[in-house]
Design a protein around this ligand. Structure first.
Ligand code: SF4
Length: 332
């Protein structure tokens, strides 16, 4: 898979802004590029580069505190679109894919069993939407690219916890075609549970129906919620990351759970990880941070873990059916 690192734009923007100390923040799969990018900047500008070694899972995970601590005057964040507001200067390099998406879809077109299609994808593919739309229309399909909503930065753009735009076109289409990866397509499938969702996957070179994966996940979530309902001691986890910090929700949930005679503690972390299992007497956890941690990483934790939307079922504010219908399982 090849991505556009927009090297020229990076150098230009650093020179224009006269940045002297720059913090680079790369997502996990791209940290291998750190030496190359740092070298490029140091060779072509007066800027000194420091690289963030902290985890970076989304645009919510902006290393502003690190940048301030090292006295940087610019943060370059790779791989995600703007997600959180900050007063710190940030240059986003969204890493557009160089994939020939039309050829990949053409190879797999016989598997695409729908006529009215909602076309969406992760930020790496937003530049490919128009070509894909034209191609699909040439095959007699109707294509809708949903207008951006919520945390989405572009039309058709989806984020792991933001699929609101899909709901707005649900009535016009038979299903969705997601260009991206399993993470993004499963999120779409959980948002619109009655629609077929196909993933066009650059990694596997395949077009895959996500409905089976969705069914498995929904069962897993129903079981997890049921276990948390029966838990006596609950740990509510708050993550310090700039775009995931949600103490208010944690405090509200704590009060609501205590009225149900649960014992509750709030646990603050810098990074959600299975070290939480050291709280050995906690029966179950509620994740108030990234809602996908409870879903994607469920098997990494030895105790039931649900997100705060799912917790609304535990405290009786929503029914399981409403959660499903509104697509709230993986929603921030
Ligand atoms: S909260 Fe989770 S899903 Fe949402 S942007 Fe951050 S890492 Fe992605």
């Amino acid at each position: 898979m090849e991505y556009d690192f927009e090297e020229e734009r990076i150098v230009e923007e650093i020179k224009e802004g006269n940045a002297k100390k720059i913090l680079l923040q790369l997502p996990e799969g791209m940290k291998k590029e750190a030496f190359r990018i740092a070298g490029l900047i140091q060779k072509n500008t007066d800027g000194e580069v420091v690289v963030s070694g902290s985890s970076c899972w989304g645009g919510c995970d902006l290393a502003v505190d690190e940048a301030k601590k090292i006295n940087a005057d610019l943060l370059i964040h790779f791989g995600h679109a703007p997600f959180v507001r900050t007063d710190f200067p940030v240059l986003y390099v969204e890493l557009y894919s160089k994939l020939d998406a039309v050829s990949l879809l053409d190879k797999n077109i016989d598997k695409l069993n729908m006529n009215r299609i909602g076309l969406v994808g992760s930020v790496q593919y937003i530049k490919q939407f128009e070509d894909l739309k034209k191609y699909l229309e040439s095959k007699g399909k109707k294509v809708v690219i949903p207008k951006k909503k919520g945390f989405s930065a572009y039309n058709g753009h989806v984020v792991g916890c933001e699929y609101n735009s899909l709901k707005s076109v649900e009535d016009e289409i038979d299903g969705f075609l997601v260009i991206g990866n399993k993470f993004h397509s499963l999120g779409a499938a959980l948002m619109c549970v009655d629609k077929d969702v196909y993933l066009l996957d650059e990694q596997s070179n395949n077009l895959e129906l996500m409905n089976g994966e969705r069914d498995k996940t929904i069962k897993q979530r129903a079981i997890a919620i049921d276990k948390v309902k029966r838990a006596r001691k609950i740990g509510i986890v708050v993550d310090n990351k700039i775009g995931q910090y949600n103490m208010k929700t944690a405090e509200k949930l704590k009060n609501e759970l205590e009225t149900l005679d649960k014992e509750v503690i709030i646990i603050v972390v810098n990074e959600f990880n299975p070290g939480l299992m050291n709280f050995y007497d906690v029966d179950a956890f509620i994740d108030t941070a990234c809602p996908r941690i409870a879903i994607e990483d469920y098997q990494r934790y030895g105790k039931p873990i649900i997100n705060s939307r799912e917790a609304s079922v535990v405290v009786g504010k929503r029914s399981w059916e409403e959660l499903l219908e509104k697509g709230l399982i993986g929603f921030a």
